[in-house]
Design a protein around this ligand. Structure first.
Ligand SMILES: Cc1cc2nc3c(=O)[nH]c(=O)nc-3n(C[C@H](O)[C@H](O)[C@H](O)COP(=O)(O)O)c2cc1C
Length: 174
């Protein structure tokens, strides 16, 4: 199966990236082909202006994907502008239509990224995605990852790895 992951943070010490890496590694262990869309590697223009080569490339990658994972930090009570820029560079109508989509939200708050996940869910519903209901909400992100970036919460690791396992099964239904 082909998996495209969308990283919604451009931070050099991104906690969202740390969480997403756990999911990506599990997909790779399960034999999936994983491609990450990292905002730091992409040249994207504002939506509805000139398409870049990266816009065309990532749109085709998403079209060809069996599974898409969106990972967003919670910024000011919602998803990041970075992930929205990537989503808005996936065509109109969107290449995401009909895709099996899983989500990870990451926040400093002990309540996690519930608002970011809810808002992202409203986009994927609008786009006609098959949104996997078991989103992973990463709370207190500065506590669950240590200084080296290692995850020190085993129950969170289980939830992140279960997302990869569950998504492969979920995507096979469509
Ligand atoms: C612009 C900005 C807005 C933020 N807003 C929130 C917020 O609304 N709720 C929250 O819990 N944390 C908030 N934070 C903290 C982030 O959740 C935290 O820094 C997290 O590590 C972000 O993920 P990242 O490291 O992948 O960018 C905010 C951080 C930034 C930079």
């Amino acid at each position: 199966m082909k998996v495209v992951t969308i990283l919604g943070s451009a931070s050099s010490h991104s906690n969202t990236k740390k969480a997403l890496t756990v999911v990506e590694n599990k997909f790779a262990d399960l034999g999936a082909e994983v491609t990450q869309l990292n905002p730091l590697d992409l040249k994207l223009n504002n939506p509805a202006t000139t398409e870049t080569e990266d816009t065309k490339r990532i749109t085709q990658l998403v079209r060809d994907a069996d599974v898409v994972i969106m990972a967003t930090p919670e910024y000011h009570g919602s998803y990041s502008s970075v992930i929205k820029l990537i989503i808005d560079n996936l065509g109109y109508p969107s290449a995401l239509c009909g895709k099996a989509v899983g989500m990870v939200g990451v926040a400093a708050s002990p309540f996690g990224a519930l608002k970011a996940l809810e808002h992202l869910n409203s986009i994927t519903t609008h786009l006609g995605c098959h949104t996997y209901p078991k989103m992973v909400n990463v709370a207190s992100c500065y506590k669950v990852f240590d200084q080296t970036g290692a995850l020190n919460d085993e129950s969170l690791r289980e939830r992140l790895e279960a997302l990869a396992e569950g998504m492969l099964d979920y995507a096979s239904k469509f």
